[in-house]
Design a protein around this ligand. Structure first.
Ligand code: BJW
Ligand code: ZN
Length: 252
């Protein structure tokens, strides 16, 4: 049984608004590798080599192929008990916003009502030159033929709809995440190393605004010293237990 405080359960049960920042760790139990853990995605590929626009322009086929591989992994994956528990927690609090760094679509597929995607969504692609959306099949066919995927309309390179280092986050997502953070009475940071900005600033800002902040992560993170409570357990165990505890408090 994961260890969390009565204070956290009380604060969640009484909250007007809850915000949850999620990272790759919440999808680890769906079989999707994290970025920075041993065996994470970047153990095999250098992040600076693949997740920035210069690298993409240097070797579009390599980067398109890596994202295609990851898109297929994500499409075959299923939301896990952690994603589902977060979606179910909505029934027990007035407002719950999921602010995710993940590009894997699993919160949407688990049924969460408000999902703010800070770093895009790997299931979508678009043309770098004309911005038109591109079908995944266009990418698949090109990679199979051993050539970079290009836009059928203007011949521009097709890229995944994700946010690379040095790129701006979608302004509407940042605005919504800011608003959800300022409203939150309780803020959970789940399955993120909390080292990538601006995402890592949201829990810290929430606490500065008076929210009770808890992290759920088997390991320490970049914000461990700045949270009220650390739950050292996998998300797939801690979130269902937390949902059950809040449900018991609110229904009976
Ligand atoms: C479990 C678990 C289980 C395992 N249960 N937990 C301020 C200060 C310093 C630098 C900057 C700054 N502001 C901006 C920057 C630069 C940069 C940045 O943050 N750099 C830092 C690395 C220092 N940020 C940016 O460039 C951002 N853009 C920006 O700020 O624009 C304005 C600007 C423009 C130009 C100049 C300056 C500013 C963009 C960031 C984009 C990040 N993109 C990526 C790739 C997305 C596409 C893709 O998927 O390929 O997003 S990087 C990668 O890291 C990915 C993730 O979303 C992100 C966060 O990683 P996450 O989710 O935390 O994963 P991990 O692997 O790190 O951690 C997993 C955790 O799970 C671990 O803690 C485990 O313990 C845990 N875990 N099993 C629970 N079962
Ligand atoms: Zn185009």
């Amino acid at each position: 049984m994961p260890d969390f405080s009565d204070t956290l359960v009380d604060r969640l049960a009484g909250a007007d608004a809850v915000a949850v920042l999620t990272g790759a760790g919440i999808s680890a139990e769906s079989g999707i590798p994290t970025f920075r853990d041993p065996d994470g995605l970047w153990e095999k590929f250098d992040p600076q080599e693949l997740a920035n626009v210069e690298a993409f322009l240097d070797n579009p086929e390599l980067v398109q192929g890596w994202y295609r591989h990851r898109r297929q992994l994500v499409e075959e994956a299923e939301p896990n008990a952690g994603h589902r528990a977060l979606a179910e927690l909505e029934a027990h609090v007035s407002e719950l916003s999921v602010i995710t760094q993940n590009v894997d679509d699993l919160h949407n597929r688990a049924g969460s009502g408000t999902v703010i995607e800070l770093h895009g969504n790997i299931t979508r692609n678009y043309c770098m030159d004309c911005d038109r959306p591109a079908e995944p099949e266009t990418v698949d066919a090109a990679i199979q033929d051993g050539r970079p995927a290009r836009c059928p309309e203007c011949d521009g390179l097709i890229r995944p709809d994700v946010v690379w280092f040095g790129e701006m986050l979608p302004p509407d997502a940042v605005e919504r995440a800011d608003a959800a953070t300022s409203r939150a009475d309780v803020f959970l940071s789940v399955g993120t190393s909390a080292v990538v900005y601006p995402a890592a600033q949201f829990p810290v800002e929430a606490r500065a605004g008076g929210a009770y902040v808890a992290e759920i992560n088997p390991d320490t993170t970049g914000i461990t010293d700045e949270v009220d409570e650390s739950i050292r357990a996998p998300a797939g165990e801690a979130l269902p237990a937390l949902r059950d505890a809040v449900s018991a408090r609110t229904t009976g």
